[in-house]
Design a protein around this ligand. Structure first.
Ligand SMILES: CC(C)(COP(=O)(O)OP(=O)(O)OC[C@H]1O[C@@H](n2cnc3c(N)ncnc32)[C@H](O)[C@@H]1OP(=O)(O)O)[C@@H](O)C(=O)NCCC(=O)NCCS
Length: 186
């Protein structure tokens, strides 16, 4: 991993670093309760200060090899659709993936496309050995994406978080580099 914060290109998407000019749209999309309800680390309400401070951390986190976060954008018109990132544990060659797609853009396959691009990037470019994900128990959409991109369900943390007024299970997912490579080749 060098210090060049590149962009990733897929059929329909560009995954590129966030800039401060994304703050307004970021607040609009990430500030939707339907996003924060499903995520463990997105505040509600989502203020411009939240957006500025989050985006401002990305460059150093990348240089220090702690995280790589991309804005998910439409390739043809550049519109911001969502976000995807890997939090890195460099010494273990491991990353934790997280993502969201703004409500108006959901159910068009964008998250699946972005997750596959991040798996390629994590396993091939960053040479990670393992990528993990966590989902809130009722997040069937994210579970579907992880399942179809090759993650295995590895365990359940019972009553792990207090969400929407009740204790809720967290499901742990993982995929290993050789499993991903086998899938890509076959
Ligand atoms: C999860 C999320 C990123 C999915 O984004 P998306 O771009 O709509 O996802 P995709 O279109 O690539 O795939 C959605 C899949 O879920 C399926 N799906 C949709 N609604 C579903 C439901 N209620 N139950 C089960 N599966 C469902 C779709 O059919 C599709 O699967 P398919 O391609 O096999 O038909 C988006 O809903 C989101 O941002 N949610 C809030 C934040 C979040 O949950 N982030 C993940 C935290 S782990």
């Amino acid at each position: 991993m060098n210090n060049n914060y590149l962009s990733l290109i897929t059929n329909r998407l560009i995954l590129r670093p966030f800039t401060l000019s994304d703050v307004d749209l970021l607040c609009l999309l990430a500030g939707d309760r339907r996003i924060s309800d499903m995520c463990l680390n997105i505040p509600y309400p989502y203020s411009p200060e939240n957006g500025v401070s989050w985006i401002s951390e990305h460059k150093d986190a990348f240089i220090e090899k702690k995280a790589v976060i991309f804005a998910v954008c439409q390739k043809d018109n550049g519109d911001l659709l969502g976000a995807i990132g890997l939090e890195l544990e460099k010494s273990d060659k491991r990353g934790e993936i997280g993502y969201w797609i703004g409500y108006p853009y959901q159910n068009k396959g964008y998250a699946t496309e972005a997750v596959l691009a991040m798996l390629q990037y994590g396993f091939r470019t960053l040479s990670l050995n393992r990528i993990t994900a966590t989902t809130i128990a009722w997040n069937n959409v994210s579970a579907r994406i992880l399942d179809k991109t090759g993650f295995q369900k590895e365990g359940v943390l019972r009553n792990h978080v207090f969400k929407k007024g009740k204790f809720t299970d967290i499901v742990m997912w993982g995929i290993l580099q050789d499993e991903f490579m086998d899938n890509v080749i076959n």
